[in-house]
Design a protein around this ligand. Sequence first.
Ligand SMILES: [Mg+2]
Length: 215
Amino acid sequence: MEPGYSDIEACAIDPAAPLVLVDVDEVLAQFMRGFGVFIGRHGFELRVDRFALFQNIYRPGEVEHLDLIAGKALFDDFFRDGADDLPPAEGAADALATLSTRAGVVILTNAPEHGRLARARWLKTHGFDYPLVINSGPKGPAAAELVARTTGRAVFIDDLLPQLDSVAASAPGVTCFQMVSDERLRPLAPSAPDRHARIDHWPHLRTAIEASLFK
Ligand SMILES: [Mg+2]
């Protein structure tokens, strides 16, 4: 898919309110948990021994990971059919519900276009009924366009360091937070706490976001 994004025009943003931009996978959703269950039902296993995706898929008993093309096919299927296997991140819905009483919330997710419907339905089912922007590639340009529509402060939350750096570069006024919901990934995830605060626990993250938005 070409880098880019869609649905930004349809996003209603209060021109004076603070804004929370938030990723889905490993932030609102426990992606690795869900993907592991999904591929397990297809006869494969996920071994979380590095911060990667396709390199972690194995046939049971084998030492070489599944080839990347087959891994990508499972990934694509998961986005279309795997929503039922995807658990929400603990505390995320409550934290966003509280934040949304004083700030706008927009979900900024990288997902294949064919996963849009399943993703929108999953978000609604789990209490994340906020405007959704599907992005491809670095999130900085989409984040910059969204935050330009408000004079309020803005924050961005993602698990991936390159996305945090992308938003920091394109929208330098935005405060970026790193959150990794999967306990197994936490020690493996690259971080840069000097640039972006890393908080893996939603109640604590909510407090830090409030301190940044409402100071
Ligand atoms: Mg993510």
